[in-house]
Design a protein around this ligand. Sequence first.
Ligand SMILES: [Zn+2]
Length: 234
Amino acid sequence: MQKPWTLPPCGQGGRRIQLPYVNRFETIWEYKEAFFSDPIDFLAYIGPACPICGDRDCYQEIDPYWRYAIDLFPEFKKEQVPIARFLCQKHRSTFSLLPIQLIPYFQYTVNAVIGTLFLGVSCWRMGQTGFCGAEVSVEPESNVTAWLIFCWLMAVVTGLRRGHAELMLFYDLSRIQTSETGVPWQEFSDYFVVFGIDTETTRRSRLPILLYRYSQRTKLFLFGTPSQYRSGRA
Ligand SMILES: [Zn+2]
């Protein structure tokens, strides 16, 4: 039986570990700006112990990789952003620090996803399914489809349910009904009412706080599933 840390070497086909980079930047673009201009001290963030094997003086920083990030609010913006990467020398596996403004395996930022779901939920309140209404409301260049929005809703509701117990430390979730048979739009809406996020303005100011609180406490991503928790092997 292989131990979970017995990972293939980094590089093509190698397994990567994605850890959240918990930060207080309001947008992914602020993070990108700081990455080079005001260099972020990732070593201080990680601390002396290697997050993979626990040894001191093990991990070393390697070249960052670039991935696309897409935001839709306040306007469509698609740019590559650098992601800090490190090597656990003991196990020859890499880990990266994905800023919490992003979701593992999603190109769209949390802000883009939640903002689009807000458009969807208002269509749903008017008696529509919500998915097509949101699709036509976002920037056409973004290629967001009704199907993608459906997947986003499921990913967000799944994340909220998974994080429910921890989120209760910060928010009064006592009136939220979570159930597999519930209506996802309703559940999404109920959570965000409690978070005090109901407009573009409150989303801009409070969504970063929500993400920060959750990831700071749990060292996990609120939404999405990082590579190490995915069952499929490359
Ligand atoms: Zn290590």
